[in-house]
Design a protein around this ligand. Structure first.
Ligand code: AMP
Length: 397
């Protein structure tokens, strides 16, 4: 069975064709600058990289070009589209409308349109991608895999905000979380690595990248997560503030003459690591700047680590114990300093990191970085969201 995984952005589209028998990526690539001048497809297959520079006026044209490449004599990996058994689409937000992977129908797409405002930066783009695939591959089975699904198991007292309950009921304003496919993948992979059933484990998963979120996973089910109604909440991120007192935002908006929408852009795009350091949102730049003596870069990193540490502590309490902490994503997999900072001072809770093991060279495999006498396992597990999407799609079929 072969599954095509699609992750559509407003002007980009990433894809992977996965052979489910081996879970191998047969081909993958990215369409860039869809709908703007300078369209480009980068396609990797058969050990080679193929680049096509061509205008891609819309997502339908982009998908058509991808399919053309997949069956191409040289760049292709299949003889015809019939060899694609189904398509799995990544969707960021589901609201309360969908709590699990869902087969695409006209009715489902109608609901998708209705909940698009929940993730205005992401869901409309996913809809474009899904509609494009439906136009180019009529009749092909397609699944929607939601980033929020893994968090649907959070109990009401964890996912509600303390606002008027009637407003929650009417407007569905509550915590939904994000990065669910990643938290699901790494918590499952941790259980497998530890030769345990997920039901036996209490795990804290730290997806630390440009966007970061931390989840508490009890017996394979998410019981809490740091992101909220949108991915703005939780720990400070590349350009996002993370948790902040709303009264401070209102005050800032008044002082700086910003509208509510401008205030939101300020918190989403100009805050976080970038805002504090004034250097960059990128952790590579931040660690380099700190090493060169930049104190604001030091401060940004300290704030990030401190916030992550507090979430780990809170989730240990929520879980009532802890078996493993998993680090994943760009920063989690590549920044030993951050992992060390989060674990430091947690020895009293059975968390002890081995410095030498922590300083390994990233080779894309799982690493156990815990000290021999650490009661809690500390693992670095490369995330694979596409594989979760493909597995969920295959399971639905
Ligand atoms: P992500 O959102 O998961 O792609 O992560 C992006 C973040 O990961 C950026 O802040 C990068 O600085 C960081 N990152 C990605 N790759 C590396 C690397 N090889 N070394 C250090 N940091 C990295």
């Amino acid at each position: 069975m072969k599954i095509l995984v699609i992750n559509a952005g407003s002007s980009s589209l990433k894809y992977q064709l996965i052979n489910m028998e081996t879970e191998e990526v047969v081909a993958k690539g990215t369409c860039e600058r869809i709908g703007i001048a300078g369209g480009k497809l980068t396609h990797k297959a058969n050990g080679e990289t193929f680049v096509i520079e061509r205008e891609l006026p819309n997502h339908t044209e982009a998908i058509s070009l991808v399919l053309q490449e997949l069956v191409d004599e040289k760049a292709g990996v299949i003889r015809s589209m019939d060899e694609i058994d189904a398509v799995g689409h990544r969707v960021v937000a589901s609201g309360e409308a969908f709590t699990k992977t869902t087969l695409v129908t006209d009715e489902v797409m109608q609901t998708m349109e209705e909940i698009a405002e929940l993730a205005p930066l992401h869901n409309p783009a996913a809809i474009l991608g899904i509609n494009a695939c439906r136009a180019v591959m009529p009749g092909k089975k397609m699944a929607l895999v939601f980033d929020t699904s893994f968090h649907a198991t959070m109990p009401d007292y964890a996912h509600l905000y303390a606002i008027d309950y009637d407003d929650y009921k009417q407007y569905k304003v509550r915590k939904y979380g994000a990065h669910g496919t990643s938290h699901k993948f790494v918590s499952g992979a941790a259980a497998e690595y530890l030769h345990k059933r997920p039901e036996e484990l209490k795990i804290i998963t730290c997806h630390l990248g440009n966007g970061s979120s931390i989840s508490a996973v009890d017996g394979g089910k998410c019981i809490d997560t740091s992101m909220g109604f949108t991915p703005l909440a939780g720990v400070p991120m590349g350009t996002r503030s993370g948790d902040i007192d709303y009264a401070a935002v209102e005050f800032l908006c008044r002082k700086k003459g910003m509208t509510m929408a401008e205030g939101l852009t300020y918190l989403n795009k100009k805050s976080g690591m970038l805002g504090i350091s004034g250097v960059s949102s990128d952790f590579r730049d931040l660690t380099a700047a700190k090493a060169a003596g930049n104190d604001r870069a030091r401060l940004a990193l300290d704030m990030f680590i401190y916030s992550c540490k507090k979430y780990v502590g809170a989730y240990m309490a929520a879980l009532g114990g802890l078996d493993a902490i998993v680090f994943t994503a760009g920063v989690g997999e590549n920044t030993p300093e951050v992992r060390k900072g989060i674990a430091e001072g947690m020895e009293a809770f059975g968390i002890k990191l081995d410095e030498e093991k922590n300083n390994y060279r990233n080779d894309g495999t799982i690493h156990d970085i815990s000290a021999a006498d650490s009661r809690v396992k500390l693992l670095v597990i490369p995330t694979n969201e596409e594989l979760v999407i493909a597995r969920e799609t295959a399971a639905l079929l």
